[in-house]
Write a protein that binds this ligand. Structure first.
Ligand SMILES: CC(C)(COP(=O)(O)OP(=O)(O)OC[C@H]1O[C@@H](n2cnc3c(N)ncnc32)[C@H](O)[C@@H]1OP(=O)(O)O)[C@@H](O)C(=O)NCCC(=O)NCCS
Length: 169
């Protein structure tokens, strides 16, 4: 795990226990909770360390923790790829920091971890997220019908986007 991944305006630093209370607060903001399943301290603590299922990073901007970014790697050799997920606090949304975060993590996954293909799968209704990932170069693959259960208990469509290594600037 690298010490920190530098983007243009964000730094991604391996998640630490000290980040967890602030990230739980951010995840509970209505504009984040609307698009992310509930996040508990326990969930986040399980993402820390070498045995975790994901590579998790605290996203920093101007020295402050503003969100979480993570990657899940599929390491079965014939299907190797990595999936990205993230949230930023409400105050930092809509300022280009999401694309900066995704681009920075994507570069790490391609250049340092050798992935040739990345995926991201926001809710199909999350047009802001889709638009911001397209700015990084992700392309729409198609709708994942009734892919995830929403807070109201109903199944919601997802949208699968992917990006090939050579499409990343
Ligand atoms: C999704 C998220 C990561 C995007 O990052 P961001 O920094 O806010 O993204 P941007 O600054 O690029 O702004 C969003 C873009 O979408 C556009 N946009 C906003 N609402 C939109 C809508 N309803 N339809 C289409 N485009 C929209 C904005 O105009 C902007 O594009 P522009 O720069 O071309 O004007 C961030 O908003 C976030 O964390 N949201 C809450 C949690 C979440 O949805 N996570 C994603 C889970 S997959």
């Amino acid at each position: 795990m690298p010490a920190g991944l530098r983007g243009e305006r964000v730094t991604l630093r391996p998640l630490e226990a000290a980040d967890v209370p602030r990230l739980v607060e951010i995840a509970a903001e209505p504009e984040v909770a609307r698009w992310w399943r509930e996040v508990t301290e326990e969930d986040l603590l399980a993402k820390i360390g070498p045995d975790a299922d994901v590579l998790a990073f605290a996203v920093e901007h101007d020295g402050e923790v503003i969100g979480l970014a993570e990657a899940s790697e599929e390491n079965e050799p014939d299907y190797r790829h990595a999936g990205i997920d993230l949230f930023l606090g409400t105050a930092w949304q809509g300022r280009g920091l999401g694309p900066d975060t995704v681009r920075t993590l994507a570069r790490h996954l391609v250049r340092d971890r050798g992935h040739h293909r990345l995926t991201i799968d926001p809710a199909a209704a999350n047009e802001r997220a889709v638009h911001s990932y397209e700015k990084v170069g992700f392309k729409r693959v198609g709708v994942l019908r009734r892919y995830e259960r929403g807070a109201d208990g109903t199944w919601q469509d997802g949208l699968l986007l992917d990006l090939l290594a050579e499409e990343l600037d």
